[in-house]
Design a protein around this ligand. Structure first.
Ligand code: GAP
Length: 514
């Protein structure tokens, strides 16, 4: 098994053991691709959401937030194109009775060529040591070149079939490449057919005439249909944005990689309305602004990259993903899309209402163009969690599992620990906790040795531990232990609030954005 897979398994186990993420309905054997956030997970998630929300709405004069309902009029999903085109191509294996995404089966086949190439490169790197020239090897080694050619052929055929929505060709690729069902090991495949990803339910009783409604697959449409409400009531002038955080639902067929692809997840989306013709300038602005927001967390600049879309949706004129290096490779965390005036125009057409902006400078009305930034809360959580986790070797056989969360988003900011459970130290520690709890998530812990308590706080990523000892009673000083360096400094209790505020407040992070 690849080492990275082991790392990822350890991270998932840690997330459960320390109250971050649980499988949904676990005591009933779980519900696939649905997860619950535990006592520490919800704090981290809320802090990530606050970081996004405040960066959007407090740092920009022209961005306001809304909270629209999950249920919306079903025609909205017709207008947006989701009823007709929000599909995955599916294929069933008649022997295992399992259903797969045809595109994922083929992508996995493409990845096999990549694996073969990477194995050749790794073997050669080992053989040649320091003198190994990887670029040269990739350009000249016959086995690498042959696999690269085969990969390219399959990739081209696959892309053409996907672009043409040619389901028969997708099946033919699966047959030609002799792709087998991983469970039954057979090639007894059905035809490929389209499967809509939206969850449908009924609203109202049958006697009243129930109506089919959908659980929203994105929060964005709730913003579009409120464009006029917000623009008019807020007297907003272009360019301006509307931000929203909320749940979205997709009946994902291939749900894997823990909370990376879920059936119920959360999005943080912002639609920025601009004058037609200015959209590419704003697209570029948001591309840079969003990357800065990510990098500002300090998880490592090399962990991010842009993936510009070559194939654009018919209504988009630019699109890029911000990808983050997860333990299973670079993966999309956020999408930035220039959506033209497609959505607002569609809602104008389907609702029959005029959705336009009167531009006083140009003295004309038009349907605004839109730049969208769309990030998954759960993917952001996963990227933070994975990159902050470390199984640290401290020497002399001592180890610790530590989460190096950026302090402003850590679930618990500080823990107050009496050195021993007697001599008035617990009472003093409680007093200090009470002083701090109004500004910081602050835990109190007196159980087990001080070393064990430090480890417990390291494991949930608490940046500071405040230890109360006998000297505290004499001179009002405590030790402040820093999680990453494990250094301890003695200081006065009266200094704590100011120091913690500077280190752990979200403001510190937000200020760096301006
Ligand atoms: N309104 C545009 C939109 O929804 P998207 O690329 O489909 O675009 C945006 O989704 C973001 O939502 C993704 O970058 C990802 O972070 C998150 N996301 C999408 N599907 C997801 C899923 N099944 N589970 C978790 N997050 C998901």
């Amino acid at each position: 098994m690849a080492k990275q897979e082991d790392v990822f398994k350890t991270i998932i186990a840690h997330a459960k053991e320390y109250g971050f993420v649980f499988q949904s309905s676990e005591i009933y054997d779980g519900l696939s691709a649905v997860y619950d956030y535990g006592q520490n997970g919800v704090e981290l998630k809320n802090n990530i959401k606050r970081y996004w929300w405040e960066a959007m709405t407090m740092l920009h004069d022209n961005i306001v937030g809304i909270d629209s309902a999950i249920f919306m009029h079903p025609t909205i999903w017709k207008a947006s194109g989701h009823v007709d085109a929000f599909n995955d191509p599916l294929i069933d294996n008649r022997d295992s009775k399992k259903r797969y995404r045809a595109d994922v089966l083929i992508e996995d086949e493409i990845a096999k060529f990549d694996d073969k190439i990477n194995k050749e490169v790794a073997k050669a790197a080992k053989r040649f040591g320091e003198s190994f020239d990887e670029a040269m090897f990739r350009q000249t080694n016959p086995r690498v070149l042959e696999n690269a050619k085969k990969r390219e052929e399959l990739h081209t055929r696959f892309s053409e079939a996907m672009n043409a929505n040619d389901l028969a060709e997708l099946k033919q690729i699966i047959l030609d490449y002799e792709i087998v069902d991983p469970i039954s090991g057979t090639r007894n495949w059905t035809d490929v057919r389209q499967f809509n990803l939206m969850f449908k339910t009924e609203m109202g009783s049958t006697a009243d005439g129930a109506m089919d409604v959908y659980l929203r697959p994105e929060t964005a449409q709730g913003i579009f249909v409120n464009y006029l409400n917000v623009q008019k009531t807020g007297r907003m002038r272009l360019p301006f944005g509307i931000a929203q955080i909320g749940k979205a639902f997709r009946n994902e067929i291939v749900a894997r990689q823990f909370i990376f692809r879920m059936r119920e997840f959360e999005q943080m989306e912002m639609q920025f309305f601009v004058r037609p013709g200015e959209e590419l300038k704003w697209f570029d602005f948001w591309r840079q602004t969003r990357l800065k927001w990510h990098k500002n967390l300090g998880l490592g600049d090399t962990k991010y990259r842009f993936h510009d879309h070559e194939k654009l949706a018919h209504y988009a004129n630019a699109a890029t993903d911000i990808e983050f290096e997860m333990p299973f490779g670079f993966k999309e965390v956020e999408g930035i899309h220039s959506r033209t005036n497609f959505d607002l125009s569609q809602h104008e057409k389907y609702s029959g209402k005029k959705i336009q902006y009167f531009d006083p400078e140009l003295n004309e009305s038009y349907v605004p163009y839109v730049i969208e930034t769309s990030i998954g809360v759960d993917r952001m959580f996963l990227s933070v969690f994975c990159s902050c986790y470390e199984d640290q070797n401290l020497g002399n056989g001592d180890k610790r599992a530590v989460l190096h969360f950026p302090a402003p988003i850590a679930p618990v900011k500080c823990a107050v620990l009496p050195l021993v459970k007697k001599d008035g130290l617990p009472e003093k520690a409680r007093e200090i906790q009470h002083r701090l709890r109004f500004d910081f998530t602050c835990q109190y812990d007196e159980k087990d040795s001080i070393g064990k308590r430090y480890r417990r706080q390291d494991a949930i990523g608490t940046p500071y531990c405040i230890t109360v000892d006998h000297q505290t009673l004499e001179d009002g000083t405590v030790t402040l232990r820093e999680r990453d360096s494990m250094e301890q400094n003695r200081l006065s209790v009266d200094e704590l609030e100011a120091i913690l505020k500077e280190k752990v407040s979200l403001n510190t992070l937000l200020r760096k954005l301006l």
